[in-house]
Write a protein that binds this ligand. Structure first.
Ligand SMILES: NC(=O)C[C@H](N)C(=O)O
Length: 323
Protein backbone atom coordinates (compact mmCIF):
# COMPACT_ATOMS: atom_id res chain seq x y z
CA UNK A 1 0.00 0.00 0.00
CA UNK A 2 1.39 3.39 -0.87
CA UNK A 3 2.52 5.62 2.00
CA UNK A 4 0.65 8.81 2.88
CA UNK A 5 2.98 11.79 2.67
CA UNK A 6 2.16 15.40 3.48
CA UNK A 7 4.15 18.04 1.58
CA UNK A 8 4.05 21.43 3.31
CA UNK A 9 5.23 24.33 1.14
CA UNK A 10 6.73 27.39 2.82
CA UNK A 11 8.39 29.15 -0.13
CA UNK A 12 11.96 29.78 -1.29
CA UNK A 13 13.51 29.48 -4.73
CA UNK A 14 11.76 26.13 -5.31
CA UNK A 15 8.55 28.20 -5.50
CA UNK A 16 10.05 31.10 -7.46
CA UNK A 17 10.48 31.84 -11.16
CA UNK A 18 13.07 33.85 -13.04
CA UNK A 19 12.00 36.70 -15.25
CA UNK A 20 14.69 38.43 -17.35
CA UNK A 21 13.53 41.91 -16.45
CA UNK A 22 12.34 41.31 -12.90
CA UNK A 23 14.87 38.86 -11.44
CA UNK A 24 13.88 35.89 -9.27
CA UNK A 25 10.69 36.07 -7.22
CA UNK A 26 7.44 34.19 -6.51
CA UNK A 27 5.72 34.85 -9.87
CA UNK A 28 3.86 31.55 -10.24
CA UNK A 29 1.91 30.36 -7.21
CA UNK A 30 1.59 26.91 -8.81
CA UNK A 31 5.37 26.38 -9.20
CA UNK A 32 5.56 23.60 -6.58
CA UNK A 33 2.08 22.18 -7.29
CA UNK A 34 3.23 21.46 -10.86
CA UNK A 35 5.61 18.83 -9.42
CA UNK A 36 2.70 16.93 -7.78
CA UNK A 37 2.00 14.52 -10.70
CA UNK A 38 5.65 13.33 -10.53
CA UNK A 39 5.32 12.58 -6.80
CA UNK A 40 2.23 10.41 -7.05
CA UNK A 41 4.13 7.48 -8.45
CA UNK A 42 6.14 7.31 -5.20
CA UNK A 43 3.45 7.91 -2.56
CA UNK A 44 -0.07 9.10 -1.85
CA UNK A 45 0.82 12.80 -1.57
CA UNK A 46 -1.23 15.65 -0.11
CA UNK A 47 0.19 19.09 -0.79
CA UNK A 48 -0.47 22.04 1.48
CA UNK A 49 0.62 25.57 0.49
CA UNK A 50 1.15 27.00 3.95
CA UNK A 51 3.39 30.01 3.20
CA UNK A 52 5.23 31.50 0.27
CA UNK A 53 8.13 33.21 1.99
CA UNK A 54 11.64 33.91 0.79
CA UNK A 55 13.52 32.20 3.61
CA UNK A 56 15.37 35.38 4.74
CA UNK A 57 11.87 36.41 5.93
CA UNK A 58 11.67 33.37 8.24
CA UNK A 59 11.64 33.96 12.02
CA UNK A 60 11.72 31.63 15.06
CA UNK A 61 8.07 32.59 15.71
CA UNK A 62 7.10 31.41 12.20
CA UNK A 63 9.17 28.23 12.68
CA UNK A 64 7.21 27.58 15.86
CA UNK A 65 3.91 28.14 14.05
CA UNK A 66 5.10 25.69 11.38
CA UNK A 67 5.78 23.16 14.14
CA UNK A 68 2.25 23.64 15.51
CA UNK A 69 0.72 23.34 12.03
CA UNK A 70 2.57 20.10 11.37
CA UNK A 71 1.57 18.65 14.76
CA UNK A 72 -2.04 19.60 14.10
CA UNK A 73 -2.06 18.17 10.55
CA UNK A 74 -0.60 14.97 11.94
CA UNK A 75 -3.21 14.68 14.69
CA UNK A 76 -5.93 15.20 12.14
CA UNK A 77 -4.69 12.68 9.61
CA UNK A 78 -2.05 10.09 10.29
CA UNK A 79 0.64 10.68 7.64
CA UNK A 80 3.54 8.25 7.22
CA UNK A 81 5.98 11.06 6.53
CA UNK A 82 6.18 14.82 6.11
CA UNK A 83 8.18 16.88 3.61
CA UNK A 84 8.67 20.62 4.04
CA UNK A 85 9.80 22.78 1.12
CA UNK A 86 11.76 25.84 2.23
CA UNK A 87 14.12 28.52 0.96
CA UNK A 88 17.72 27.45 1.28
CA UNK A 89 19.09 30.59 2.99
CA UNK A 90 17.67 29.69 6.40
CA UNK A 91 16.68 26.08 5.68
CA UNK A 92 19.22 24.67 8.15
CA UNK A 93 17.74 26.86 10.91
CA UNK A 94 14.15 25.73 10.42
CA UNK A 95 15.29 22.10 10.05
CA UNK A 96 17.25 22.28 13.31
CA UNK A 97 14.48 24.12 15.17
CA UNK A 98 12.01 21.40 14.15
CA UNK A 99 14.56 18.73 15.05
CA UNK A 100 14.69 20.12 18.60
CA UNK A 101 10.98 20.70 19.08
CA UNK A 102 8.70 18.69 16.82
CA UNK A 103 6.88 15.84 18.52
CA UNK A 104 5.83 13.76 15.54
CA UNK A 105 7.34 10.32 15.19
CA UNK A 106 7.45 9.89 11.40
CA UNK A 107 10.21 10.86 8.95
CA UNK A 108 10.43 14.65 8.57
CA UNK A 109 12.32 15.88 5.52
CA UNK A 110 13.21 19.46 4.59
CA UNK A 111 14.18 20.36 1.03
CA UNK A 112 14.32 23.24 -1.44
CA UNK A 113 16.09 24.33 -4.60
CA UNK A 114 19.01 26.46 -5.70
CA UNK A 115 17.59 27.10 -9.17
CA UNK A 116 14.18 28.63 -9.69
CA UNK A 117 11.30 26.61 -11.11
CA UNK A 118 11.58 27.77 -14.75
CA UNK A 119 15.40 27.80 -14.89
CA UNK A 120 17.29 25.31 -17.04
CA UNK A 121 18.43 22.42 -14.82
CA UNK A 122 15.98 23.36 -12.03
CA UNK A 123 16.77 21.15 -9.04
CA UNK A 124 13.46 21.63 -7.20
CA UNK A 125 11.53 18.77 -8.86
CA UNK A 126 14.23 16.17 -8.30
CA UNK A 127 14.85 17.32 -4.73
CA UNK A 128 11.14 17.08 -3.99
CA UNK A 129 10.79 13.65 -5.60
CA UNK A 130 13.84 12.42 -3.61
CA UNK A 131 12.36 13.89 -0.43
CA UNK A 132 9.05 12.09 -0.90
CA UNK A 133 10.93 8.85 -1.54
CA UNK A 134 12.98 9.37 1.63
CA UNK A 135 9.91 10.32 3.71
CA UNK A 136 8.15 7.16 2.50
CA UNK A 137 11.10 4.92 3.37
CA UNK A 138 10.82 3.22 6.77
CA UNK A 139 14.63 3.40 7.21
CA UNK A 140 14.15 7.16 7.60
CA UNK A 141 12.44 6.63 10.98
CA UNK A 142 14.23 7.83 14.13
CA UNK A 143 16.84 9.91 12.30
CA UNK A 144 15.49 13.24 13.55
CA UNK A 145 14.67 15.94 11.02
CA UNK A 146 16.64 15.35 7.83
CA UNK A 147 17.57 17.54 4.89
CA UNK A 148 17.40 15.99 1.44
CA UNK A 149 19.23 17.84 -1.31
CA UNK A 150 21.17 16.86 -4.42
CA UNK A 151 20.78 13.08 -3.83
CA UNK A 152 22.11 13.29 -0.26
CA UNK A 153 20.51 12.98 3.17
CA UNK A 154 21.86 15.15 5.99
CA UNK A 155 21.10 15.37 9.71
CA UNK A 156 19.54 18.74 10.65
CA UNK A 157 22.05 19.23 13.46
CA UNK A 158 25.10 19.11 11.19
CA UNK A 159 23.95 20.36 7.81
CA UNK A 160 24.82 23.85 6.61
CA UNK A 161 24.56 25.87 3.41
CA UNK A 162 28.11 26.05 2.04
CA UNK A 163 27.80 27.57 -1.42
CA UNK A 164 25.89 30.61 -2.67
CA UNK A 165 24.69 29.02 -5.92
CA UNK A 166 25.88 25.43 -6.44
CA UNK A 167 23.18 22.73 -6.24
CA UNK A 168 25.52 20.74 -3.93
CA UNK A 169 25.36 23.55 -1.38
CA UNK A 170 24.17 21.50 1.62
CA UNK A 171 27.04 19.76 3.38
CA UNK A 172 27.69 18.41 6.88
CA UNK A 173 31.27 19.49 7.57
CA UNK A 174 33.22 16.94 9.62
CA UNK A 175 30.35 14.40 9.51
CA UNK A 176 29.21 14.00 5.90
CA UNK A 177 25.77 12.92 4.75
CA UNK A 178 23.96 10.18 6.69
CA UNK A 179 22.62 8.64 3.50
CA UNK A 180 22.45 8.81 -0.25
CA UNK A 181 19.64 8.50 -2.76
CA UNK A 182 20.27 6.10 -5.62
CA UNK A 183 18.04 5.67 -8.68
CA UNK A 184 16.16 2.76 -7.13
CA UNK A 185 16.84 2.97 -3.41
CA UNK A 186 17.51 5.11 -0.38
CA UNK A 187 20.66 4.06 1.49
CA UNK A 188 21.62 5.12 5.00
CA UNK A 189 25.19 4.70 6.17
CA UNK A 190 25.13 6.60 9.49
CA UNK A 191 22.53 7.59 12.07
CA UNK A 192 22.69 10.66 14.32
CA UNK A 193 23.64 9.49 17.84
CA UNK A 194 22.64 12.46 19.95
CA UNK A 195 19.00 13.41 19.56
CA UNK A 196 17.32 15.98 21.77
CA UNK A 197 13.70 16.97 22.21
CA UNK A 198 12.32 20.00 24.03
CA UNK A 199 8.63 20.67 24.58
CA UNK A 200 8.14 24.40 24.04
CA UNK A 201 5.24 26.81 23.88
CA UNK A 202 6.78 29.74 21.97
CA UNK A 203 9.99 30.92 20.33
CA UNK A 204 9.98 34.52 21.46
CA UNK A 205 13.32 34.84 23.28
CA UNK A 206 15.47 37.70 22.01
CA UNK A 207 18.92 36.20 21.37
CA UNK A 208 21.39 38.10 19.17
CA UNK A 209 24.41 36.45 17.52
CA UNK A 210 27.69 38.31 17.19
CA UNK A 211 30.92 37.33 15.47
CA UNK A 212 34.39 38.02 16.86
CA UNK A 213 36.82 39.79 14.53
CA UNK A 214 40.39 41.03 15.05
CA UNK A 215 40.45 44.48 16.59
CA UNK A 216 36.81 44.38 17.66
CA UNK A 217 35.57 47.62 19.23
CA UNK A 218 33.68 47.07 22.52
CA UNK A 219 31.32 49.90 21.47
CA UNK A 220 29.81 47.50 18.94
CA UNK A 221 28.53 45.44 21.87
CA UNK A 222 27.89 48.01 24.56
CA UNK A 223 24.48 48.91 23.14
CA UNK A 224 23.39 45.37 24.10
CA UNK A 225 23.56 46.43 27.75
CA UNK A 226 20.61 48.75 27.08
CA UNK A 227 18.58 46.13 25.21
CA UNK A 228 16.18 43.61 26.64
CA UNK A 229 17.97 40.48 25.55
CA UNK A 230 17.38 36.98 26.91
CA UNK A 231 20.73 35.56 25.86
CA UNK A 232 23.66 36.07 23.51
CA UNK A 233 25.64 33.79 21.20
CA UNK A 234 29.23 34.73 20.34
CA UNK A 235 31.15 33.21 17.44
CA UNK A 236 34.66 33.14 18.87
CA UNK A 237 38.02 32.54 17.20
CA UNK A 238 39.38 29.00 16.78
CA UNK A 239 39.14 26.86 19.89
CA UNK A 240 37.07 29.50 21.69
CA UNK A 241 39.02 32.71 22.30
CA UNK A 242 37.97 36.35 22.13
CA UNK A 243 39.56 39.82 21.82
CA UNK A 244 40.29 41.05 25.39
CA UNK A 245 38.69 44.43 24.62
CA UNK A 246 35.16 42.97 24.64
CA UNK A 247 35.52 40.93 27.86
CA UNK A 248 34.36 43.71 30.26
CA UNK A 249 31.13 44.14 28.25
CA UNK A 250 30.53 40.40 28.26
CA UNK A 251 31.13 40.36 32.03
CA UNK A 252 28.54 43.13 32.48
CA UNK A 253 26.02 41.13 30.44
CA UNK A 254 26.69 38.04 32.57
CA UNK A 255 26.30 40.13 35.72
CA UNK A 256 22.87 41.18 34.44
CA UNK A 257 21.97 37.47 34.20
CA UNK A 258 22.26 37.22 30.40
CA UNK A 259 23.51 33.73 29.45
CA UNK A 260 26.26 33.82 26.81
CA UNK A 261 26.88 30.82 24.58
CA UNK A 262 30.23 30.46 22.83
CA UNK A 263 30.66 28.79 19.42
CA UNK A 264 33.58 28.86 17.02
CA UNK A 265 33.98 30.73 13.74
CA UNK A 266 35.61 27.50 12.49
CA UNK A 267 33.11 25.15 10.94
CA UNK A 268 34.95 22.04 12.17
CA UNK A 269 35.65 21.13 15.79
CA UNK A 270 34.25 22.52 19.01
CA UNK A 271 35.12 25.24 21.51
CA UNK A 272 37.09 24.21 24.60
CA UNK A 273 38.59 25.90 27.62
CA UNK A 274 42.28 25.49 26.70
CA UNK A 275 44.00 28.86 26.36
CA UNK A 276 44.76 30.75 29.55
CA UNK A 277 45.72 34.20 28.23
CA UNK A 278 43.41 37.21 28.52
CA UNK A 279 40.32 36.46 26.42
CA UNK A 280 41.36 32.78 26.18
CA UNK A 281 38.85 29.93 26.57
CA UNK A 282 39.86 29.09 30.16
CA UNK A 283 39.11 32.63 31.29
CA UNK A 284 35.81 32.63 29.42
CA UNK A 285 34.77 29.39 31.11
CA UNK A 286 35.71 30.81 34.56
CA UNK A 287 33.49 33.82 33.83
CA UNK A 288 30.52 31.46 33.37
CA UNK A 289 30.29 31.57 29.56
CA UNK A 290 28.53 28.47 28.20
CA UNK A 291 30.52 26.36 25.73
CA UNK A 292 28.54 24.85 22.90
CA UNK A 293 29.27 21.45 21.49
CA UNK A 294 30.13 21.97 17.80
CA UNK A 295 26.95 23.78 16.73
CA UNK A 296 27.33 26.72 14.36
CA UNK A 297 26.25 30.18 15.55
CA UNK A 298 22.83 30.23 13.95
CA UNK A 299 21.92 26.82 15.39
CA UNK A 300 23.33 27.59 18.86
CA UNK A 301 21.08 30.67 18.85
CA UNK A 302 18.00 28.54 18.14
CA UNK A 303 19.02 26.02 20.78
CA UNK A 304 19.33 28.84 23.33
CA UNK A 305 15.92 30.23 22.32
CA UNK A 306 14.49 26.73 22.88
CA UNK A 307 16.38 25.75 26.05
CA UNK A 308 15.68 29.07 27.79
CA UNK A 309 12.15 27.71 28.20
CA UNK A 310 13.55 24.91 30.31
CA UNK A 311 16.02 26.80 32.47
CA UNK A 312 17.76 30.15 32.84
CA UNK A 313 20.58 29.02 35.09
CA UNK A 314 24.00 29.08 33.43
CA UNK A 315 24.96 25.70 34.91
CA UNK A 316 21.90 23.88 33.64
CA UNK A 317 22.18 25.56 30.25
CA UNK A 318 25.81 24.36 30.09
CA UNK A 319 24.61 20.79 30.74
CA UNK A 320 22.13 21.09 27.86
CA UNK A 321 24.82 22.53 25.57
CA UNK A 322 27.15 19.62 26.43
CA UNK A 323 24.99 17.49 24.11
N1 LIG B 1 17.73 28.95 -2.96
C1 LIG B 1 16.91 29.63 -2.17
O1 LIG B 1 15.88 29.15 -1.79
C2 LIG B 1 17.42 30.99 -1.72
C3 LIG B 1 16.33 32.00 -1.45
N2 LIG B 1 16.92 33.31 -1.28
C4 LIG B 1 15.56 31.65 -0.17
O2 LIG B 1 16.14 31.21 0.77
O3 LIG B 1 14.39 31.87 -0.12
Amino acid sequence: MSKKILVVNTGGTIAMSVDDSEGVKPLDDQAVNKILPFLEKHADVTMKNLLNLPSPHMTPAIMNQLRLDIEEAFQHDHYDGIVITHGTDTLEETAYFLDLTLSVNVPIVVTGAMRSSNELGADGPVNLISSVRVAADSDSLNKGVIVVFNDEIHAARHVTKTHTSNVATFQSPQYGPIGTIAKKSVQYHHAPLDREHYAITHADANVPLIKAVAGMDPAWLQFLLEQKIDGLVVEAFGLGNLPPAIIPTLQQLLDKGVPIVLVSRCYNGQVQDIYDYEGGGRKLKEMGIIFSNGLNGQKARLKLIVTLQKTRTFKELQQLFDH
